[in-house]
Design a protein around this ligand. Structure first.
Ligand SMILES: [Zn+2]
Length: 279
């Protein structure tokens, strides 16, 4: 489906998707809302403007649809338009503090939003790390720790939403895995056994590479043909995860399904924008 069609579908489904507004900003139209959906779920919706990617919703659809909107955001925009008409398009969220949030576009990235009158330190930080649209420049992810330090110093009232911190944790975990994979494969190319002591049996070269790949790439599928030893690769990968990454226990898929009411829980689902107490 075209992006325009996907957005149109959410606008159509917006009608009746919010049955109650549980919390809304004082006085202003834009601000933080809590809504009760038609499916009896409570979502937090941060309304900041009339455009795509201006706003945030804690619903599962928003986290994965990469459209920058969802039916709850569209439902609130409809209500706000009814109250303010086209004036809403020129109304602005009065941002008083800088914030770092996740940009849920085709690729996830970090977005900086500045207050209406940013300090020179915040402006310098924005130029250094972010592009003109406020998105983290490619290649600057590795400096995220330094960026956070400077962000705290530049604005001690700044808000860092928890989905940013979750995202950074995940990205760091992936980078750490790739680094370990690179080291073990280099060792292997130099004629040493990177899996020495991992299993009691010796693995074939493709199995060694398969086990290392499976251990350090996050979610993977071992799709070797039948009889090529996927089980032994999986065992080696599990042992590598235990010994190199400190993984102790993995909840079984069945238990996970039952504990999440029949729905597979996505690791990428964001936590709502809990304000970090450290910034
Ligand atoms: Zn939503």
């Amino acid at each position: 489906m075209l992006i325009e069609q996907q957005i149109a579908a959410r606008r159509e489904r917006a009608h009746g998707s919010v049955v109650r507004i549980l919390a809304k900003p004082d006085g202003d139209l834009y601000g933080d809302y809590a809504v009760r959906s038609a499916s009896k779920k409570t979502y937090r919706v941060a309304m900041r403007g009339p455009g795509l990617f201006d706003n945030y919703c804690s619903c599962p659809d928003f986290a994965v649809n990469t459209l920058g909107t969802c039916k709850h955001i569209e439902a609130l925009l409809l209500r706000l338009h009814r109250r303010r008409g086209t004036a809403l398009d020129h109304d602005q969220f009065r941002r008083t503090r800088a914030s770092l949030s996740l940009h849920y576009g085709e690729t996830l990235t970090v977005r900086l939003r500045l207050p209406l009158s940013p300090s020179p330190a915040l402006q310098a930080l924005a130029r250094e790390y972010f592009d003109d649209t406020g998105l983290l420049k490619s290649g600057r992810f590795r400096d995220f720790g330094k960026l956070m330090d400077e962000f705290r110093k530049a604005d001690d009232q700044a808000v860092v939403y928890s989905d940013v911190l979750d995202y950074v944790d995940r990205e760091n975990e992936i980078a750490e895995g790739l680094e370990l994979e690179r080291k073990l494969l280099t060792k292997y190319r130099r004629g040493r056994d990177p899996l020495a002591g991992v299993l009691k049996t010796a693995l074939l070269p493709y199995q060694v590479r398969g086990a290392i790949f499976a251990a350090f790439r996050g979610r993977v599928v071992l799709a070797d043909d039948m009889g090529l030893g996927k089980t032994v690769q999986a065992l080696a990968a599990a042992e590598l995860l235990r010994s190199r990454r400190g993984i102790q226990r993995v909840r079984s898929w069945h238990r996970r399904r039952s504990s999440t009411n029949g729905r597979k829980k996505s690791r990428s689902s964001p936590t709502w924008t809990r304000r970090s107490s450290t910034v």
